[in-house]
Design a protein around this ligand. Structure first.
Ligand code: B1M
Length: 210
């Protein structure tokens, strides 16, 4: 459908106003919220993710596209809930204790939302206990940890230990990422996955829950 393509394209260039108008128009034309989400917004965000991964676009463009996605989501969210479209899985995300960097974490969150996951964002400087409580309270499928400092990376290991201690380690997948984090580190601390960028993180999260 032409209008869904237009929504996808407006999202890719970060035109929030146009996305909002087109989403409303699509609804008025009788297109289902699910169709608009999957074939308009998520389609656009997927293309943004691929371009970001390939260094064809950079952080500012992704943030602007994500804001446009949010503008569309704001209209669709109540309708999606009402029409019974369930998120494909739940992710609890945060930047680990002592670390205040959140730009990358926010990108990961947005990409995951774009991929159809519900994301509970605990913010920055998140203690292991807070991750555990949020995972329990929300019955999360995935706990996603971000760290930007070599000094805060060990906090990821502490979260895994706290999940084990709480007896829920086998109920959640733990994903980690952030500039100093590596696959080796993920293996070393027993994380289930490492993703080097936001698009890969969203892909991995989808694979974990589908
Ligand atoms: Co800070 N900082 N900073 N900083 N900062 C770095 C990280 C640093 C590399 C700069 C440098 O020295 N060259 C350095 C860390 C050195 C180290 O430990 N190796 C550093 C330092 C030292 C510090 C302070 C200690 C400085 C000081 O006060 N002396 C201090 C620490 C504060 C704290 O956290 N307690 C500090 C503070 C800050 C600001 C507050 C000023 C600001 C943060 C603002 C904010 O986030 N709201 C800031 C910034 C902006 C940076 C740089 C410049 C940029 C980070 C960023 O946002 N990148 C950074 C230098 C740099 O990277 N060039 C630096 C863009 C972002 C999109 O990338 O976060 O890597 P990134 O996320 C990527 C991937 O890593 C991945 O996906 C994202 C998108 O592709 N990813 C995941 C991230 N999380 C993931 C989770 C996943 C999967 C993938 O799964 C769950």
């Amino acid at each position: 459908m032409e209008i869904l393509k237009e929504i996808s394209e407006a999202l890719q260039v970060g035109n929030a106003k146009k996305v909002k108008e087109l989403v409303q128009k699509a609804l008025d034309d009788g297109i289902s919220p699910k169709d608009i989400l999957n074939n308009g917004l998520i389609d656009g965000m997927n293309i943004v993710g691929v371009k970001f991964k390939n260094n064809e676009i950079y952080v500012p463009e992704v943030l602007i596209a994500a804001r446009a996605m949010q503008a569309g989501m704001d209209i669709l969210k109540p309708l999606l809930t009402a029409s019974g479209v369930k998120p494909i899985g739940k992710v609890v995300i945060g930047t680990v204790k002592g670390d205040l960097h959140d730009i990358g974490k926010n990108l990961v969150k947005m990409m995951m939302q774009g991929a159809g996951l519900e994301v509970i964002d605990l913010g920055v400087d998140v203690s292991p206990e807070k991750f555990v409580n949020a995972a329990k309270e929300n019955d999360a499928d995935i706990v996603a940890l971000s760290a930007l400092l070599t000094t805060t990376m060990p906090g990821m290991k502490n979260v895994i230990a706290a999940l084990e201690e709480a007896g829920i380690r086998d109920k959640v997948k733990v994903m980690i990422g952030g500039a100093p984090v590596t696959q080796n580190y993920a293996d070393e601390i027993g994380a289930d996955g490492y993703a080097r960028d936001a698009a890969s993180a969203a892909e991995m999260a989808r694979e974990f829950v589908l």
